[in-house]
Design a protein around this ligand. Sequence first.
Ligand code: GLU
Length: 467
Amino acid sequence: MSQARVVTRFAPSPTGALHIGGARTALFNWLYARGRGGKFLLRIEDTDKARSTDENTQAILDGLTWLGLDWDGAPTSQAAAAARHIEVANEMLANGHAYKCFATQDEIQAFREDARTNKTSTLYRSPWRDVADADHPDLPFVVRVKAPRDGATTLNDEVQGAVTWQNEQLDDMILLRSDGSPVYMLAVVVDDHDMGVTHVIRGDDHLANAFRQNLIYDAMGWDKPTLAHIPLIFGPDGKKLSKRHGATGAAEYQALGYPAAGMRNYLTRLGWSHGDDEFFSDAQAREWFDLGGIGKSPARFDTKKLENICGQHIAVSENAALLHELEAFLDATGQNALTSEQHDGILKAMESLKERSKTFPELIDKAHFVLTSRPLEMDEKAAKSLDDVHKGILTELTPQLQTVSWSRDELQGIVATLAEAHDTKLGKLAGPLRAVLAGRAVSPSVFDMMLVLGRDETIARIKDATG
Ligand code: GLU
């Protein structure tokens, strides 16, 4: 079956950085398009000049880039298309679906006060709706849409199902203000139409807007996109996710060191499901993602789950790619770049570092033994485990380490034999040995460290600490 080309879009207002909810909306649109060979477009809704900033736009682009959500073509600016929005309002005027309204603010105010007194609807009903052009005064005016006043409108939403509104609840909303500028609601529809958007996937806080926007599609006789209004994200307490719950910006999660693949996986699962699958690859997400899997009730953000998924992604990442992402993390968070020795050391150690690391800071912490250099500083706990008795035992190790073949089995063998000779257990020697090799009480296994450090460095560290 041939499928019409899918075009989705993410349309953020640059009045703030990229919020985690916006990131998820972008991700859903991206997955839907990418899974169907479609296009994913980015439109910056910058019509609110007072609140839109270039810094916010940049932060949004950076956030999407970090998450690996690539868009097709250049991002477009909604404000730049104002002339086209005005043109469409004028077409609606010409075809009788809109009209000029000359009512003053005072008149509108008086209408509302009367309505309140009479307990009738306060939705403004302009007396200019059916006045012929010939009878128009030479005064400032706004352009309003002619909304139907009776009957009902049903929108079929892929997430919310069939949603019906009584048309008497729709007002003749303004399309062009008295200074001739287009309103946001008009701009969205014109842009979606002109960009060929086939699927509008966005937060359900826009559901009411969909009914107003629908008036413009009807007036222009345009094809309507498929709608999917996604429930908002809640915090663990069931209230709308906010600062009170902790980090809410995509950049904050980047700074906390969550890997992008884990973040994508977690955000995909946040409000969408595919059976019981929790952990999946990008390719699986692209293949599986559909609108039918989006839940009707708000998903709750769960940091533990995020960490668990991120840990699994780190564990299966390819070593060089993971190191590359780690270096990008250091750069993005303004930390020192790795020296080439540190780079090589981490790459060598990666297999053991990536086990049970949920974030990049955790991974870096584990990598301490390769990042540090001789003579090692020892933390208090490590120093405590290295008493004189153990120092003595460890000195016996160095001559054997000179000649042993440098493999896990051989190394394990000589340390075990040494422990036995001193009537102790291998586990009892691990602490002091760890202290000597890492300067810390927590690190990857001593044999992993010895294999990464190599013979000379291992012996040198033991001598430093025991000599
Ligand atoms: N600019 C709107 C927002 O940031 C999105 C509008 C839309 O997706 O239609 O909430």
